[in-house]
Design a protein around this ligand. Structure first.
Ligand code: NDP
Length: 330
């Protein structure tokens, strides 16, 4: 007898991770539903870029509006729910702290409450973040590393993390948080520093400009490849019990190394082109961030394959391909 396909609901399907996750779940035979705050207004460029737009079912839902969250979960009756929505920029969170906190924290609690209210059997993944840890100078952060967030974004993610743990313990929900370190792909918007560097270096190589303004270069981050990280999310919900996991490469690299790799790809010396703009510095920033993904390797059989500098090269290859195809279409 053929079993019905599993149904997944992705809050924030239009984003970077939402689109990669939709691709992965379709490959696994899921029926995939996703939300955007306004389905009619969203261009779903990431889904279109991956050729998935016609293959998923889209709904409008605003995380901070309990009624809309209940309605979409009631309608879809998903066996798995992934919460990837919310204001996701650390930099912007200093300018929009209330919006950031409400979309990440209240949004997560609304989904947890909706699951309880509807009494449905489902598994819930929440997108937590390495930003909860703040600096990890003494040791790579594992699941027991203390939280010390350094931005409104990190504060919101930390509160949401504890809400998920509390609902799991209090109400026996299958709910877990993935504490993901930075992960990149060509679907990242240009306001993120990694895409800014990739596009800036490509513009300089194509002689469209000569300068690139950046903020703090001394920071160190643990960068991975987004399509691999969404696989970890899926593994968490298909593990035999709900647990939280750190997802990272386990390697810290200075931003300067990222910049150097991007410019070197084009045979350029970044020092001749990059200017430090004090206006781009954040009120407080994490200087060193690295994760310990051993638990994910042990229990989920997951580990990062794409690391620095291969990740930078993949980003640039994708950017150059995008430029070639938009030229061909012009
Ligand atoms: P994106 O910003 O690409 O996607 C998030 C989606 O959330 C957007 O597409 C948007 O969808 C929706 N959204 C944006 N702002 C708001 C808001 N104020 N209120 C409600 N919804 C909003 O993020 P990613 O895909 O990169 O990340 C997915 C999740 O993982 C996010 O929660 C992020 O914080 C977290 N995360 C990401 C990391 C990374 O390195 N990428 C690292 C660790 C955690 P729409 O406009 O269609 O409503």
């Amino acid at each position: 007898m053929k079993t019905a396909p599993k149904t997944a609901l992705i809050f924030g399907i239009a984003g970077q991770d939402g689109s990669w996750l939709a691709q992965l779940l379709l490959e696994h035979g899921y029926s995939v539903h996703g939300t955007s705050r306004d389905r009619e207004a969203s261009g779903f460029t990431n889904l279109r870029r991956l050729g998935l737009f016609e293959r998923v079912r889209l709904h409008s839902a605003v995380l901070t509006d309990f009624r809309s969250v209940v309605q979409v979960i009631h309608e879809v009756r998903p066996s798995e729910i992934y919460n990837l929505a919310g204001q996701s920029s650390v930099g912007l969170s200093f300018e929009q702290p209330v919006e950031t906190l409400s979309s990440t924290t209240l949004g997560t609690v609304n989904i947890l409450e909706a699951i309880r209210f509807l009494g449905i059997e489902t598994r819930f993944y929440n997108a937590s973040s390495s930003e909860c840890f703040g600096n990890t100078e003494k040791s790579a952060a594992d699941e027991s590393h203390p939280f010390h967030p350094r931005s409104p974004y990190g504060v919101g993610k930390a509160a949401a993390y504890w809400a998920v743990a509390n609902y799991r313990e209090s109400y026996n929900l299958f709910a877990c948080s993935g504490i993901l370190f930075n992960h990149e792909s060509p679907l990242r918007p240009s306001r993120y520093v990694t895409q800014k560097i990739v596009r800036g270096a490509a513009d300089i190589a194509e002689r469209k400009t000569d300068r690139l303004q950046l903020g703090q270069l001394a920071i160190e981050r643990d960068w991975g490849w987004a399509p691999e990280y969404v696989d970890a999310m899926w593994r968490m919900l298909n593990h035999d019990q709900p647990e939280d996991f750190v997802i990272a490469t386990g390697e810290a690299h200075p931003l300067e190394e990222f910049v150097n790799a991007a410019f070197a790809y084009f045979g350029l010396d970044w020092r001749s082109h990059v200017e430090i703009d004090a206006g781009l510095l954040r009120p407080s920033d994490i200087t060193h961030s690295v994760g310990n993904p051993q638990k994910a390797k042990r229990l989920l059989d997951w580990q990062a394959e794409t690391k620095m500098p291969a990740m930078v090269h993949k980003l640039i290859d994708a950017e150059m391909e995008r430029r070639r195809s938009s030229l061909a279409m012009a």
